[in-house]
Structure formats: structure tokens, C-alpha cells
Design a binder for this molecule. Structure first.
Ligand code: PLP
Length: 415
């Protein structure tokens, strides 16, 4: 369960959050966040923090960022009313279409934003890590666009599982380095990317893929992804004259959700729900529902909720969707859960698969398995609140999931 925070404290923390006082000068979101890294990394993070402060909100940087988002990423992404599914579910369902963003998901907003920042900071090369390969593809594309060499560390096991994305990264000009140490998946790849970065933090920029990691990354990634919620809020008001009753997004590391939630945090009338990967069930190792089943601890340089066993060992996770399969979650989510501003729920593998089918058949949109978790949350909310208006962040498209869908929805032997 999430860390209980006494209610007067929760009210104060929420007021601080709305007033923009988080992260504080120590990089904390209330009790969460911070910078739990080896001494050797501190100068690099401090340099990055100074760079973020100097450039991120400067008008020339914002103009560059906005131009790339409009002319290359394809923003603003559409807001779509899901007419047939709304009728079926007995609610008004609106979709923020991040699946229409270049490279097929929200990840590109962060990748091009950080690549632009890297260039401003004088970096000569970019390093990134990737698990399922989606962040690697977005990083490779952003680097190609700006003419920056890109090295992507990827666990050897993941490279086998995600061979098409390895090919995409290479076509986009990135060097993909197999990581054969540690668990040979995302966790080991992150360690390698960090090692590479510390070796030369002036010429190298580490492009982190979600709202996780040590300060200032959770803040930086949220700010770059906040365009999702800003656009969606204005689009909802323009289309309906009102805000939605509820906003729902899926939560892996927590970047599409933080990006969608940020503009709505101060709208007290809008309920906000994050959907985590419920996998096969509530048992240890059967899911990736970090807020629902985790405890506070340190992972990848930040103090947040994480899935760990009794001895504090990081727990193996499971989800049908590779993008949600991470044992940690961003520190701002841990705070939002603790103060009760966002409610975190789970959707199972099967519920997500069912929603892939529903959205595809009823609206002609094949959603990513990650995004289908948010849809499953929306369906449940619609059942409990007939007639309500629901805004879902549809974080990505499902073409990348075809191998999994062949083995499940399209397999007559499945179940
Ligand atoms: C990577 C990914 C996610 C999960 O990452 P967050 O940082 O939690 O947003 C969700 N949806 C899609 C389509 C993804 O590619």
C-alpha cells in the first residue's frame, strides 16, 4: 500500500504541489525523489540541473521545442471522441491521441526535448538505455533529426525479444550496445548507460526515458511531457465547454501519465486515476503494480515506491506489455498516491487484451498494450459512473505489439 500521510500533511503537500513548489531545492517531491547516486555522478547531475534551470523555460529553447513538436512530432495530437465505445460503455469517452505522435507514442516528446537540451549544453554525443526498445527508437530518431551520435545500451535478452526495434534503431543511425552483465535486461542497461555518462559528463548527455531516476530527471521529463495535458485540457474545453469528470492514464515509469496529469492537478473537480499493470494477479512477481503492491525504497537514484521482497531485493515483474514492466515508479507518483490526489488501480493482462480488441473493433484504433490498461480502467469507471465523461491518455499505437497479439488475441489456442 502507499505510504500513509496524515491528512493535514496531505492538504499542505497538495497545496505545495499546486503552487509548483515541487521538486524542492533538494529535488524532492515531499518525502520522495532526491538523488541517491554514487559520489561520481553528483557533478554530472548538478551540471544537468544548472542546464535545465538555464535553458528549459527560456523563450528561445521553448520556441525550438515547440517548432520540433509541431513540424516533426506532429503536435498537437488529436482529441478523439470514441463514439461507438461510448455508447457501449454508457459513458462519454475521449481519447488523447499520443498514438499519432511520430514514432507511435508519447516518448518522442521527451526524446526530442532532451536532445535539444543536450545540444544547448554542448554535448557531442547521446547515450540512452532501453528495455522494450521504444525509448531507444525515440532517442535514435531525435538524435538523427539533430545530427547527434547516439549510443543505446540494451540488455542482451531484450535485444533478442525486441529484434524489430533493434533494427529500427540501427536504421536511424544509432549504435546499439548489447549488455551482457547483471540481469541482461533494462536494469543492467541503465547501469551501463550511467557508467558511460560518468566517464565524460561534459561531452556526453544521458537521455533518460521516463519520469524516474535522480533529480532533475523526474522534473525534466514531466515538464517535457506536460504538453500532453495542456493540449488535452484546452481541447476538452473547446470541444465540450467543460473539463472531464475523470482523467485516466497508464503508469509504467510514469511519464505519459505525469505529462497528462500535470495540467489537471489543480482542478479539484477532476478525478485522476493511474492504471498499473496487474499482470496475472496480486502475487509477488505476477505484476508490475508498483504503487499498489510496492513499498518505499531506492531504485535508480530516486526514493519512491518499488516492488521488493521481504529482504529489500528488487522483485521480478510481469506484464503482457513490455512498457509497463518496471519495478519502480517516478517519485511524483509516489507523492500523488500518498496524498490521495491520484488513485492508483490495476488492470490485468486479460483486461488489457480485451480492450485492445474493443478499441480496434469499435473505433478503428489499434492501441498499444500499455494504453489498453488505461482503457480497462476507463471501462471499469464507466460501469460504476454511467453517463460520466472520461478522458483517456492513449499513450501509443499497438503495431509494435503484433507478435504478442498473434500469440494471444489472434491465437485460437489462447485460453
Ligand atoms: C513506454 C510506454 C509506456 C510506459 O511508460 P511511461 O513512462 O509510464 O509513460 C506507456 N505507453 C506506451 C505506448 C509506451 O511506449
Amino acid at each position: 500500500m502507499s505510504t500513509p500521510v496524515a491528512s493535514p500533511d496531505a492538504a499542505r503537500l497538495l497545496a505545495d504541489l499546486i503552487a509548483g513548489r515541487f521538486p524542492d531545492e533538494r529535488g524532492r517531491f515531499g518525502p520522495f525523489g532526491g538523488r541517491y547516486v554514487p559520489e561520481t555522478l553528483i557533478p554530472a547531475l548538478e551540471r544537468l540541473e544548472r542546464g535545465v534551470r538555464a535553458h528549459l523555460h527560456a523563450s528561445d529553447f521553448q520556441a525550438d521545442f515547440a517548432r520540433q513538436l509541431t513540424t516533426w512530432v506532429g503536435r498537437p495530437t488529436a482529441l478523439t471522441f470514441a463514439e461507438r465505445l461510448s455508447q457501449r460503455w454508457g459513458a462519454k469517452l475521449w481519447l488523447k491521441r499520443e498514438d499519432l505522435a511520430h514514432t507511435g507514442a508519447h516518448k518522442i516528446n521527451n526524446a526530442i526535448g532532451q536532445a535539444l537540451l543536450a545540444r544547448r549544453l554542448g554535448a557531442k554525443r547521446i547515450v540512452a538505455e532501453t528495455g522494450a526498445g521504444q525509448h531507444g527508437v525515440a532517442s535514435a530518431a531525435a538524435c538523427a533529426r539533430l545530427g547527434l551520435p547516439c549510443t543505446v545500451y540494451m540488455g542482451a535478452i531484450d535485444m533478442e525479444r525486441q529484434a524489430p526495434n533493434v533494427g529500427r534503431m540501427r536504421l536511424l543511425g544509432a549504435e546499439v550496445v548489447p549488455v551482457t552483465s547483471g540481469d541482461r535486461t533494462l536494469r543492467a542497461a541503465i547501469d551501463e548507460a550511467l557508467r558511460d555518462w560518468v566517464a565524460d559528463p561534459t561531452d556526453t548527455y544521458y537521455l533518460l526515458g521516463s519520469a524516474v531516476g535522480p533529480h532533475p530527471y523526474p522534473y525534466l521529463v514531466r515538464e517535457l511531457q506536460a504538453v500532453i495535458g495542456r493540449e488535452a485540457r484546452a481541447q476538452m474545453l473547446a470541444a465540450t465547454g467543460a473539463l472531464p469528470d475523470v482523467l485516466i492514464a497508464c503508469v509504467g515509469g510514469g511519464s505519459n501519465s505525469m505529462g497528462a496529469f500535470h495540467a489537471f492537478i489543480g482542478d479539484a473537480a477532476v478525478r485522476i486515476i493511474g492504471i498499473e499493470a496487474g499482470g496475472r494477479g496480486a502475487g509477488l512477481g505476477d505484476n508490475a503494480a508498483t504503487v499498489a503492491h510496492g513499498r518505499p525504497g531506492v531504485l535508480h537514484g530516486t526514493y519512491s515506491m518499488l516492488l521488493q521482497n521481504e529482504d529489500g531485493q528488487i522483485q521480478e515483474t510481469h506484464s503482457v506489455s513490455a512498457g509497463l514492466d518496471y519495478p519502480g515508479v517516478g517519485p511524483e507518483h509516489a507523492l500523488l498516491a500518498a496524498i490521495g490526489r491520484v488513485s492508483y488501480q490495476t488492470a490485468s493482462d486479460d483486461e488489457a487484451l480485451e480492450c485492445v480488441r474493443s478499441l480496434s473493433e469499435n473505433e478503428g484504433i489499434l492501441p498499444a498494450l500499455e494504453s489498453a490498461h488505461a482503457l480497462a480502467g476507463a471501462r471499469r469507471y464507466a460501469q460504476a459512473h454511467p453517463g460520466c465523461s472520461i478522458l483517456v491518455c492513449l499513450s501509443g499505437r499497438g503495431d509494435k505489439d503484433m507478435p504478442t497479439l498473434q500469440q494471444t488475441l489472434l491465437n485460437p489456442e489462447h485460453r
